[in-house]
Write a protein that binds this ligand. Structure first.
Ligand code: SF4
Length: 436
């Protein structure tokens, strides 16, 4: 296959700061060749300080790196470094470990878009050199990723709304939508919540349109018209704020509970007791009364954004006041997050369970109130009502671990629930309400 042209996010920095979080929180699937390579490295119990196998078979010809009782990969050392990397160099590691936190998605013929996972605390904090400065290393890495990919992909559908049927466009026209989304969210003259509401409103018009005859220059004019109209309809920060309805809040809490989950190998080992814990939590999230169940212990978020004291119990009712979620530092973080996901095509199509551009963007938009709601739990847990940047950063790291990866959030039912929130005008209500 010809060398791919790599699109890189222009607003993101990154380098690894060895927190070891990804080695605790991710299952690493390996190929037969990687299994053989690691076996030839002659690991034994004394070098690994681990008794038991260092590779486990989880299905026919399907292998993973083993994890210790505490959930950490058996190759993670006490300093948070990978033993394979330390002894044999970075190329000796499994490809899945070398890639993280990058994610690559098809963006046209011989064209690949780059995104990053904000479950890595260094990505959330924008630490390290600009991603654009790492182009040559990334180009080598992406060649390894695409080595066995020998097909071109069609662009994701714009929307699935009947009766017009699927609206397939060329890649060039699809990128016009991506550019419009990116520029809509980059407008720093208004709060991020306003940018999000404007974008959701012009996407409603997109969903009612068919694109058989709106192509190329006509599509450029169409997008200018509808994005311009959304700015005229909401010209400043004076947002109409509506309390989300009862049904809207039930659906929102259930979706937020899925984003809160942070299942590690240690959780999975609990078996039936974990399943009972989750069933009980689902009951309380539906009811929205009493104490908010704790579902998450993200070690990388806890290490990178430590708390001064253990959090106290939080009641659902404590999360409905004002927490000061709008502001420069929060808006910078959300704008960077959304724009990296949009530029990296990390919200629709093959990157997000084959959702259309409109459905995928709605699920991404929901991340805004979800993250601010999770941040409120952390804030209220220390008996405070003003969000700090670390509350939002830690919550984003937890939620993005699941965004576009949790099958429960990518199921047809979950996509329908987000579409229902949108139809009921609850998506914009949630954006406004939890931005306060
Ligand atoms: S989570 Fe990020 S910073 Fe931490 S070890 Fe993994 S890649 Fe490095």
């Amino acid at each position: 296959m010809a060398k791919t042209q790599l699109q890189l996010p222009v607003i993101q920095n990154w380098s690894c700061h060895n927190c070891g979080g990804c080695c605790r929180e991710h299952q690493i699937d390996i190929t037969e060749a990687e299994k053989k390579r690691i076996e030839h490295q002659s690991w034994d119990e004394s070098r690994l300080q681990h008794s038991g196998p260092f590779i486990v078979e989880v299905g026919r010809n399907h292998y993973r790196l083993a994890h210790r009782e505490d959930g950490a990969c058996v190759f993670l050392d006490d300093k948070g470094l990978c033993r394979i990397h330390a002894e044999f160099g970075e190329p000796a590691k499994p490809l899945a470990c070398r890639i993280y936190p990058y994610a690559w998605h098809p963006a046209g013929k011989n064209r690949t878009a780059t995104s990053l996972r904000f479950s890595c605390p260094s990505v959330v904090q924008n630490l390290g050199p600009a991603v654009t400065q790492q182009k040559s290393e990334l180009q080598n890495l992406v060649s390894d990723v695409l080595a066995n990919v020998d097909r071109d992909y069609d662009p994701p559908l714009i929307h699935l709304t009947q009766p017009h049927g699927p609206q397939e466009l060329s890649w060039a026209d699809f990128h016009q939508f991506i550019a419009a989304l990116d520029s809509s969210l980059a407008d720093q003259s208004v709060h991020f919540a306003v940018r999000l509401m404007r974008t959701l409103s012009w996407l409603e018009l997109v969903e009612q349109s068919q694109f058989e005859t709106i192509r190329e220059e006509k599509l450029t004019e169409y997008l200018e018209l509808i994005t311009g109209a959304s700015v005229k309809a909401q010209p400043d920060n004076e947002l109409p704020i509506h309390r989300p309805s009862r049904l809207g809040r039930v659906l929102f809490r259930l979706i937020s509970a899925q984003y809160m989950r942070h299942d590690t190998e240690a959780d999975r080992r609990q078996g039936m007791s974990r399943r009972l814990e989750l069933a009980s939590a689902a009951f309380w999230f539906t009811l929205g009364a009493g104490t908010v169940p704790s579902l998450s212990t993200s070690s990388s978020a806890e290490t990178a954004f430590p708390l001064e004291a253990p959090l106290k119990d939080v009641k659902f009712s404590q999360l409905e006041g004002e927490f000061g979620g709008r502001g420069g530092k929060f808006d910078e973080l959300f704008a960077r997050y959304f724009r990296v996901k949009i530029q990296g095509l990390h919200f629709c199509g093959p990157a997000n369970f084959q959702t259309s551009l409109v459905d995928g963007f709605r699920s991404l938009a929901l991340m805004y109130p979800v993250v601010l709601w999770l941040a409120r739990i952390r804030c209220a847990g220390r008996r405070d009502n003003r969000l700090q940047l670390a509350d939002v950063q830690a919550s984003l790291a937890v939620a993005d671990h699941n965004f576009a990866y949790s099958p429960a959030l990518g199921s047809a039912g979950a996509v329908k629930r987000v579409a229902m929130l949108s139809r009921m005008k609850q998506l914009t209500a949630l954006v406004g309400w939890y931005s306060l």
